[in-house]
Design a protein around this ligand. Structure first.
Ligand SMILES: *[C@@H]1O[C@H](CO)[C@@H](O)[C@H](O)[C@H]1NC(C)=O
Length: 954
């Protein structure tokens, strides 16, 4: 190997001074004279650098042109970035603050400077004669190489700008937040500190800061795993444990919190090598970490609180970081959020006053700036008046500012619908977030949306309204899930305050016993929410003639919740009834008086006799998710107005009687996921429901169902009307919550079931597809789908012995782009798979893949052809395991991969190769497969000097 390097070095030196003919000649000579198989290796090693060198010359003009193009793009973006220095009054501190925006700008300027040099040089050389250029080959080579490097740099810089890195810093970039992030990261790396605190007043940005820390420690690999849980004023251990376990992919299948704590503790200490960070956000009082299952040693913990004492004295943190309010320079943030609306100088100076009045509180700044965007002068003045309302003590003043800021933002919401929706969201935030589906059920029942006729429309409306509230800064994303969103604590408080002022709502949400207000107050009440209180019974009767929405979340479902037969008599206008986490052995007879009831949720309950529900003839939505009961009452079949039946996660449900579902002819959405599975085969004298009953539901647009045996499927079941589905067929699939998109099919067919029946219809527009066995299927494209799965985001194929190629052209030219949206692609136990594809694909196929995993594919010699590999610019994770004859990851096709464009997988950060004994090269030519070097790399000896990871990996 050493000799080779020396030869390479010499050749390169020679190459730099002699003409290209000679270089070509040397390459040729090497190819012809070296003895195989050593020759092969040498050619790989020698010809490449030379070729690359030549490549720069051949690509001289295109590289320069490319560069000019990119410089233009960068300049455009560069000009749109507001200059921190250009900010007016009240910004003295800003220069001191080292911001990422500044760094980004510096970097961009540096690159543009370099580009300028190259361009000037090129222009100069154009002036000279063409003969001179020939002589100056070496110089041109250098310039060309520079240009290429600049193009890469620019791409990187643009990417940085686009990714939320810069955008994310809305809060972080100001008031030395970044510095605190860095200091916190240093403390986390210090073995002396196990528990670290972050404190600061509400709205100052603690959560944003720790989430940024979580992001960075993961990115920098300081920790292997990071789990964040929100604690809140009244902590719920089960919920906190659940949040942590979710992040660690741990299933806590124990009921009690102590049982769950044991599981969690084992997981957090099990693997000493693994570094785990646990973040507990928003602690109000002393919290027993042991009770949650967080060990004192073994993992690091970051806590946030409004109160420093809670951290250092009560929790015993070893180091604390305080967050101050933003300095006046926060104007910069404010200006950025208000967009271009502040060109007018009057408006501008008023806006500066308003931003000052926000007292440096990021939450206030963000909400006010967003609310006043594009508003006129008098509105800014009005805002200023409100924000400047006097207050006595400093702390009070801060709160006053926040309240005014949020109220202001609320007042500026564009429609009454949006306003009432916002308040309703707040009323429904039980713990730290709100579930879309749950909210939809209630909004629909209350007729909160106008001009809506189907659930699908209502769902879309929900998404739209949530998005516009997020844009106003009044709602936030929930971490790690698309199913929920959240509201900042303070926004929540203010929203509830507005609710009290403007609506007759009763909300009892903190610890303690429930005390019902006196009769007069109750008479006015339109909505009641009781959360997490000690409540075990209702009064005999509540006289609430105006009540439309009653929500009660109890704390105990083991005992029996007492509801007397008379209870519902005084609330005939009730539209939505939600009783969660209760033991309900039976339902009171007065329930049937609720003729206006549209939505009934008995979620997470232990249910006895609920046949009474059948009396609610006008009911449109029935939700029994996570509840325990064995049999769905036959009487449910009377609910002929029902549009949604949600039986998700009713794990104990064994009987859905026959001919109940088929009578619900207006049903639009049916959820039976992780629930009833004992479907009967059609046509027999059935006790239980059969899937054939679904045929009667002509309006069904959403279906979630688990079908353990494909024979349970009627042959002529058509799914063409389904717009959303999650259908699992076969006995191998678990029912996880995380999926890509809203059209999901997991399919195992071990018999030669007719695929061209209803199932095949589902492939149209599918987003997430998992396949197992599938006897008789020889390729995915084009046997299953002719159109190349245009919307598919995830594909997993396992345990198949017949598929040779995932995409099998059968000699035809493939015109359609294949898998253009695919992000996650995995293959497992495909013992006859020889390749992903047997033909050339249109260029943009596979262009979006982020994660690729291949396991146990014994006939796979390589993973991608170079033409596919070139397009995988998004690939981030690649895992290859147990591929016994795999030689190379990428195989070079004729004419593909000019030496000038060698870079593959620019985004790849995770590469795992496990039991691939014959892998000798990352990139290889077809020819090299012919030489059968029997060399096997012994287990554990793969080191980074092997050619696999040498030079070919960028
Ligand atoms: C709801 O939104 C989806 C896209 O998000 C769209 O395809 C569908 O047509 C919409 N449905 C209705 C009824 O507006």
């Amino acid at each position: 190997m050493a000799i080779v390097s020396v030869v390479v070095a010499i050749i390169v030196v020679i190459a730099a001074v002699v003409s290209e003919e000679i270089i070509k000649y040397i390459g040729q000579w090497l190819i012809e004279n070296m003895v195989k198989p050593v020759g092969q290796l040498l050619i790989e090693k020698l010809v490449k650098p030379i070729g690359q060198w030549l490549g720069y010359l051949f690509h001289y003009s295109s590289n320069i042109e490319n560069m000019k193009e990119q410089v233009k793009k960068l300049r455009d973006v560069r000009e749109r970035v507001p200059l921190p220095h250009s900010v007016e009054a009240g910004t003295r501190n800003i220069e001191e603050i080292e911001t990422d925006v500044n760094k980004w700008l510096e970097n961009a300027d540096l690159i543009m400077g370099k580009a300028k040099e190259v361009i000037e040089d090129e222009e100069k050389s154009k002036m000279r004669s063409s003969y001179a250029i020939c002589l100056n080959l070496k110089h041109r080579h250098q310039q060309s190489k520079k240009a290429k490097k600049i193009v890469q740099d620019i791409n990187e810089v643009l990417e940085n700008w686009r990714s939320d890195k810069v955008f994310h810093m809305d809060y972080l970039n100001f008031g030395s937040r970044m510095l605190t992030v860095k200091r916190l990261m240093v403390a986390l790396g210090d073995a002396n500190f196990n528990m670290i605190g972050v404190w600061g007043m509400p709205g100052v940005g603690k959560t944003t800061l720790v989430r940024e820390v979580a992001r960075q420690v993961k990115e920098e690999k300081l920790f292997d795993e990071v789990a964040i849980a929100t604690v809140t004023q009244s902590p719920n251990l089960i919920k906190i444990q659940g949040e942590i376990a979710d992040k660690l992919d741990l299933k806590l299948d124990k009921e009690t919190s102590s049982g769950r704590a044991d599981l969690l503790r084992v997981r957090l200490t099990k693997d000493i090598e693994k570094k785990i960070l646990v973040i507990l956000d928003d602690i109000w009082e002393k919290l027993d970490l042991n009770e949650i299952g967080i060990p004192r040693t073994g993992c690091k913990v970051v806590l946030t609180s409004r109160n420093r004492d809670v951290l250092s004295s009560e929790m015993g943190t070893q180091k604390d970081f305080g967050l101050e309010v933003l300095p006046k320079g926060a104007w910069c943030l404010f200006e950025k959020l208000s967009g271009d609306s502040l060109v007018d100088s009057n408006l501008r100076s008023k806006a500066i006053e308003v931003s000052t009045a926000c007292a440096g509180l990021p939450l206030a700044l963000v909400t006010v700036a967003k609310a006043l965007k594009n508003k006129c002068l008098f509105e800014w003045e009005d805002a200023l008046q409100k924000l400047r309302r006097p207050a006595t003590r400093n702390q009070k003043r801060m709160q006053e500012v926040i309240y005014s800021a949020i109220k202001l933002s609320y007042n500026h919401l564009e429609s009454p619908e949006l306003k009432s929706f916002f308040l309703f969201c707040a009323q429904n935030q039980v713990f730290s977030s709100i579930d879309y589906q749950d909210l939809l059920k209630k909004c629909f029942g209350l007729r909160l949306f106008h001009g809506i006729s189907t659930l699908e429309e209502a769902r879309n409306r929900t998404y739209t309204l949530v998005r516009s509230l997020k844009d106003s800064g009044l709602l936030l994303d929930a971490p790690d899930t698309d199913h929920r969103f959240r509201m900042h604590d303070l926004t929540h408080d203010v929203a509830l305050l507005i609710s009290y002022e403007t609506q007759n709502v009763l909300i009892m949400r903190d610890e303690g016993l429930v005390e019902w207000p006196d009769e007069d107050d109750m008479k006015m009440c339109t909505s009641i929410f009781v959360y997490k209180r000690d409540i075990h019974e209702f009064p005999d009767r509540l006289e609430c003639p105006e009540l439309s929405c009653l929500n009660v979340h109890a704390k105990d479902r083991e005992g029996s919740f007492k509801i007397l037969d008379t209870f519902f008599k005084g609330m005939r206008k009730l539209k939505v009834l939600d009783l969660t986490y209760m033991g309900l052995s039976s339902l009171p007879s007065s329930l049937k008086l609720l003729t206006n009831l549209q939505t009934l949720c008995l979620d997470q309950c232990v249910l006895g006799d609920i046949a009474m529900i059948g009396e609610l003839k006008n009911l449109e939505i029935l939700s029994l998710i996570h509840s325990e009961f064995k049999q769905l009452p036959r009487e449910i079949g009377f609910l002929t107005h029902l549009r949604m039946l949600d039986l998700s996660n009713c794990k104990k449900l064994q009987v859905i009687p026959a001919n109940v579902l088929s009578r619900l002819i207006l049903l639009e959405e049916l959820y039976v996921g992780n629930s009833f599975t004992q479907w009967e085969v059609e046509g027999l004298n059935n006790e239980r429901a059969s899937l054939a009953e679904v045929k009667h539901l002509s309006r069904l647009s959403t279906l979630e169902v688990q079908i353990p045996d494909v024979n349970m499927m009627p042959k002529d079941l058509l799914f063409e009307k389904l717009k959303r589905y999650k259908i699992f067929i076969g006995d191998v699939w678990d029912w996880p919550d995380k999926h890509e998109g809203s059209r999901i099919l997991m399919l195992k067919l071990n018999t030669c079931f007719q695929l061209d029946s209803g199932i095949k219809m589902l492939f149209n527009g599918i987003e997430d597809l998992c396949l197992d066995e599938l006897n008789g299927v020889k390729s995915i494209v084009h046997q299953l789908d002719m159109k190349g799965f245009q919307q598919l985001k995830r594909l997993h194929v396992q345990n198949n012995a017949e598929i040779k190629y995932i995409i099998h052209s059968r000699g035809l030219v493939i015109d359609d782009v294949v898998f253009p949206a695919l992000k996650i692609f995995s293959l497992k136990n495909m013992i006859n798979l020889e390749g992903i594809c047997d033909a050339q694909l249109p260029l943009t196929s596979f262009r979006d893949i982020r994660i690729m995993k291949v396991e146990h594919c014994e006939k796979l010699k390589f993973l991608f052809s170079s033409s596919i590999a070139k397009g995988l610019s998004q690939l981030q994770e690649l895992e290859i395991k147990e591929c016994n004859i795999m030689r190379a990851i990428v195989v070079k096709e004729d004419g593909e991969l000019e030496d000038g464009d060698m870079i593959l997988f620019p985004e790849l950060w995770h590469l795992k190769l496990q039991v691939v004994p014959k892998l000798t090269s990352f990139l290889s030519t077809q020819n090299s497969f012919i030489i059968d070097a029997e060399k096997v790399i012994p287990k554990g000896e793969l080191d980074f000097h092997m050619p696999i990871l040498h030079e070919q990996v960028h």
